[in-house]
Ligand binder design. Structure first.
Ligand SMILES: *Cc1c(COP(=O)(O)O)cnc(C)c1O
Length: 451
């Protein structure tokens, strides 16, 4: 399949290095960052962006980098998608804010209508808008608790749900997300995930293991919600075995537990479906979206069954900025772009290209233990050859080598041994092939088994 026909921006769609990376302007800015910005705010690549569009990020030294990260799965439609740019430009001149809870505006309602239409299931739905993924996850828990009158929340191994206090409690990995930041919110319980590469279990068996633990250690009657990422993001792009999610959803339905799909990373065409739950026909009670929803503007949402969403008293949900008019204008433009430009299909075509390239690499490199993922959300898990021992040093080395050649790649995983690929869907096939040529060379140049 060919690349999308959309004219992304004036950014030349080619990898071009005019300095070593980071270049001198970036080095200067990095020194200012270190002097001015809190050290806890990390940096994947010490290269400062000047503009971006299509599949390219241009840095302040004029280097053109291929973007396989989308700012962590956010700029699915591109980082200067024409419809988004035009919609935000128009809105910013009309008004920037009134607070939807003070004097509402139409675009918020239109985003809610769109989400009610687009999320899985044809039951009656309602939506509430927020600013970040973590804030939306917190609100999904608030809604589930008030609707059920129960306190407990079930989450999973390797889960990532955010950096606020409640979502830190829900997140699995201590470094860097939780270390030193406790005490954490109570009534959060963790169940084992389905992790086919490491547990070899089929979906229903893995679900039975998780549900047995929840029944014995928490009790269904105490559970307000079960919150799960249909494909885990930060935890390592772990795709549960078929049957795992449907079994969890069925158990939730049988026991009055609210099934919450955290589709913050997987939503909005990223996985080759509008929402990842659709692949197995799972209909969540509540869907949390953010990241890809608004072409890069901060917006998040909880969408779900009307009777759950309407359980909270008036004034119980909201926030000063939630559903900001610029973000809503951007979301409507992003949704129009996904639908008009066929980006769900584009994600499936990107999947074919990525999996073909990565499986070819795996066939000749025993350090690639697993190739997995869907759509434009795929990853390789790196191991010591001959087994499943995680090799985070190799992931770091390959990422660093790719960065030096002007390709933005990210790592993830509980062990830090997963290289993940999240290109914008506005990228061309030619750029993807060039990026994976670079990744291939980065693997060849990264011999961490010798030492
Ligand atoms: C990124 C992410 C979050 C948190 O979103 P923020 O906007 O960073 O608060 C929550 N859940 C998942 C699955 C994510 O990938």
């Amino acid at each position: 399949m060919s690349a999308p026909t959309i004219d992304q921006s004036s950014v030349a769609q080619e990898r071009r290095l005019v300095t070593a990376l980071p270049g001198p302007r970036s080095v200067e800015l990095m020194a200012r960052k270190q002097a001015a910005v809190a050290a806890g705010v990390g940096t994947t690549m010490p290269v400062f962006a000047a503009r971006a569009g299509g599949g390219i990020v241009v840095d302040v030294d004029g280097n053109h980098l291929i973007d396989l990260g989308s700012g962590i799965a956010v700029t699915t439609v591109g980082s200067s998608a024409p419809r988004v740019v035009a919609a935000v430009q128009q809105q910013v001149a009309e008004f920037t804010h009134t607070c939807f809870m003070v004097t509402p505006y139409e675009s918020y309602v239109a985003v809610a209508e769109a989400l009610n239409r687009l999320t899985p299931g044809d039951h009656e739905k309602r939506t509430a808008l927020f600013n970040s993924g973590a804030e939306a996850v917190e609100n999904a828990v608030k809604i589930a608790r008030t609707a059920t009158g129960r306190p407990a929340v079930a989450v999973f191994d390797h889960a990532y749900h955010g950096r606020t206090n409640l979502t830190m409690a829900m997140t699995a990995k201590v470094m860097p997300y939780k270390h030193g930041f406790g005490p954490f919110a109570s009534e959060v319980y963790r169940a084992p995930l389905s992790y086919p590469f490491r547990d070899g279990l089929d979906g229903p068996t893995a679900a039975a293991r998780a549900l047995d633990l929840l029944e014995k250690q928490v009790g269904a009657d105490n559970l307000a919600a079960l919150v799960i990422e249909p494909i885990q993001g930060e935890g390592g792009f772990i795709e549960p075995a078929p049957g795992f999610l449907p079994a969890l959803a069925a158990w939730c339905r049988a026991h009055g537990v609210v099934f919450v799909a955290d589709e913050v990373q997987t939503g909005f065409a990223r996985t080759g479906d509008l929402f990842a739950c659709e692949r197995e026909g799972v209909v969540p009670d509540l869907v949390v979206s953010a990241k890809g929803i608004a072409g890069g503007l901060p917006l998040s949402a909880v969408t779900g069954r009307a009777e759950l969403m309407d359980a909270a008293h008036a004034g119980g949900l909201g926030g000063t900025y939630g559903g900001n008019p610029l973000a809503c204008a951007a979301a409507l433009a992003a949704i129009e772009t996904i639908e008009a430009d066929g980006l769900v299909q584009r994600a499936r075509d990107v999947e074919d290209l990525l999996l073909t390239r990565l499986r070819a690499l795996q066939a000749v490199d025993p350090r690639i233990g697993d190739v997995r993922g869907r759509g434009a959300m795929v990853a390789v898990e790196l191991v010591r050859p001959g087994g499943t021992e995680p090799d985070p040093a190799l992931a770091r080395a390959v990422a660093a080598a790719a960065h030096a050649e002007g390709v933005i790649v990210l790592t993830c995983g509980t062990h830090g041994n997963v290289l993940r690929f999240l290109p914008p869907l506005a990228i061309s096939d030619a750029l993807l092939h060039e990026a994976f040529d670079v990744v291939e060379r980065a693997f060849a140049a990264s011999d961490t088994t010798a030492g």
